[in-house]
Design a binder for this molecule. Structure first.
Ligand code: IMP
Length: 204
């Protein structure tokens, strides 16, 4: 069964392919397609749907898209849906490097902790998966995983904010977790497992 995965993020492609071994995953790159629809939604669910719908309308294949990010309580939920472009917010309307985003998050959180005279580092990753089936029916699945922002980068595994996220489930930062450990508790793993449950019922 062919499934169009609406992302060019190689880390997400790898993680999702590993979790969906029965599906033949194709991505925009397989169609030499560099389109990147603008994420204008205010929620992860809205942005995932925007991406899935854009590519479903183009290729008419069953399509999934994910939108994800890190939500930091002391920062009022930031960077949230702006996670990929956090360091560029208000400067340019494009994604910033993972490193620049982490530097900004450490700085902003340190300032807020200082201002509030506390050390609230609580955070969670969230992932929304939008799935559009061959008939155009849309489904949404959300996964979350909770933890703390560390005081420095720890480990080199994963991507994005992984090396600054201490997972409550694993009791270690994602930056030193194996792929299997991360997938067993991650926001994306949880959303994909909900997707799989629903989809297995539909296609088996
Ligand atoms: P998206 O491509 O708009 O969903 O952007 C998500 C952004 O959130 C990425 O650029 C990462 O910085 C961050 N992010 C999402 N999922 C993860 C994860 O599993 N680990 C670390 N960072 C993540």
């Amino acid at each position: 069964m062919k499934l169009f995965l609406a992302t060019n993020n190689k880390h997400k492609i790898h993680e999702i392919k590993e979790m969906l071994p029965k599906w033949e995953i194709v991505t925009p790159k397989d169609f030499n397609d560099t389109d990147d629809p603008e994420e204008t939604g205010m929620t992860f669910e809205e942005n995932a749907y925007i991406k899935a719908k854009y590519f479903y309308d183009k290729y008419h294949l069953p399509t999934i898209a994910d939108d994800s990010g890190i939500v930091v309580d002391a920062l009022g939920g930031m960077p949230g849906v702006y996670s990929a472009r956090y360091a560029n917010l208000g400067i340019a309307n494009c994604n910033s490097s993972d490193e620049a985003n982490r530097v900004k998050l450490f700085k902003e959180l340190e300032e807020v902790n200082k201002k509030n005279n506390d050390n609230n580092r609580s955070a969670h990753f969230a992932c929304a998966i939008a799935f559009i089936d061959e008939d155009g029916n849309a489904y949404s699945f959300v996964g979350k995983t909770f933890g703390e922002i560390t005081y420095e980068e720890i480990g080199e595994n994963g991507f994005g904010y992984d090396c600054m996220f201490l997972s409550h489930d694993l009791n270690k930062p994602f930056g030193i977790a194996s792929e299997e450990e991360k997938a067993s508790v991650s926001h994306r793993g949880r959303a994909i497992r909900k997707f799989k449950e629903e989809i297995d019922k539909k296609y088996n």
